[in-house]
Ligand binder design. Sequence first.
Ligand SMILES: Cc1cc2nc3c(=O)[nH]c(=O)nc-3n(C[C@H](O)[C@H](O)[C@H](O)COP(=O)(O)OP(=O)(O)OC[C@H]3O[C@@H](n4cnc5c(N)ncnc54)[C@H](O)[C@@H]3O)c2cc1C
Length: 205
Amino acid sequence: MRRLAAAAAEAGADIREHSRVESLDELDADQVLIATDGYGRGLLPELDEAVWPARGQVVATDPLAERLFECPHYARQGFDYWQQLTDGRIVLGGFRDYSIMAELTDDEVTTPVIQEALTGFLRELVGYDPPIAYRWAGIFGLTQDMLPLVGRVPAHEGVWVAAGYSGHGNVLGLACGELVGAAILGREDSQLDLFEPARLLRLAG
Ligand SMILES: Cc1cc2nc3c(=O)[nH]c(=O)nc-3n(C[C@H](O)[C@H](O)[C@H](O)COP(=O)(O)OP(=O)(O)OC[C@H]3O[C@@H](n4cnc5c(N)ncnc54)[C@H](O)[C@@H]3O)c2cc1C
């Protein structure tokens, strides 16, 4: 990610960190792309209706001496996911369904119910209670059909969106970024038809 940012800056992009856009009206640009996944609430009411924030909680252990997992794992239809890093740490996330309504939030905090579920499952995986080095929460954007909204925002001249990857934006986000970037430059690809924002924004009415 840092290398990507460095390449963008080298190509002339002006990157501003810790600078939240409160309203699209404050932006002086012909074209605006809202690429906030599940974090962008408050920018456009129809996007708030179509992309719901969901919280994912994670724990990471201290480095473990034993190698238990050679590759990343997914369980329970992807609700739970873990891997052991090259330094031996286990990184485990999930159990959102243990408190599913409370986890529909963009409040980036950990909660006892999910953290206890994570540490309980970690004990099952490892066979003992490994020391936890880090606990955190992050937000992703969910849509009704679990596909992102990528393309023009209807009825807002020059406004585009690429958000709502429904927990699968690590690769999809980069691919959609390329597609929407090209579309903004006038090179529309039919692959974007699948992600047409109007399909869900119309429902939000
Ligand atoms: C716990 C967890 C586990 C996940 N696991 C996976 C996984 O295994 N595989 C997978 O593919 N995906 C996973 N995801 C989802 C993935 O992380 C996201 O889909 C991906 O990061 C989306 O990238 P993005 O650049 O579009 O948005 P983000 O990475 O969410 O970045 C959006 C940026 O917009 C900024 N922003 C928001 N609002 C404003 C504003 N008003 N003004 C200025 N800036 C703003 C935010 O600060 C943020 O930096 C996971 C997400 C979480 C939280």
